[in-house]
Design a protein. Sequence first.
Length: 148
Amino acid sequence: MRTERSLVVLAALALALTAGCGGNEEKAPTTPDTATGSLEQIASKAECEPNIQTDADELRQGNCTTDDGKYVLVTFATDRGLREWINEAKDYGGAYLVGRKWLAVGDEKVVTALRGRLGGTVEAGSSHHSEGSGGGGGDEEHSGHRTN
């Protein structure tokens, strides 16, 4: 019984990997090179006029609203600063579009649309809320969410 289950899992994995190969060919032409530059330069490529919320040496943050929806755009002074920030933020869920020294965070639909203009890599936060990701919710959804 265990061997049959292992074979089914391996077959499903092989099928998924094979299907993934064909999908990459279709998506490659529509994803631009990953954007670089200042917060304003990246926001311009995303067709957003950022409402600057944080303007510090280590990071700059602006809120954006476009036809795709609302999101937060953040630029970092260092790659390490970006990685430390996102590693901590992922506990709260949401979807992240990550470039070099910048990220955009919002609902998955918004982040996917942004990727078409900014390039980058989509990363997902923890999905531990029964109602879905916490990309657009208030802080009240997150109080006491870790019970371990």
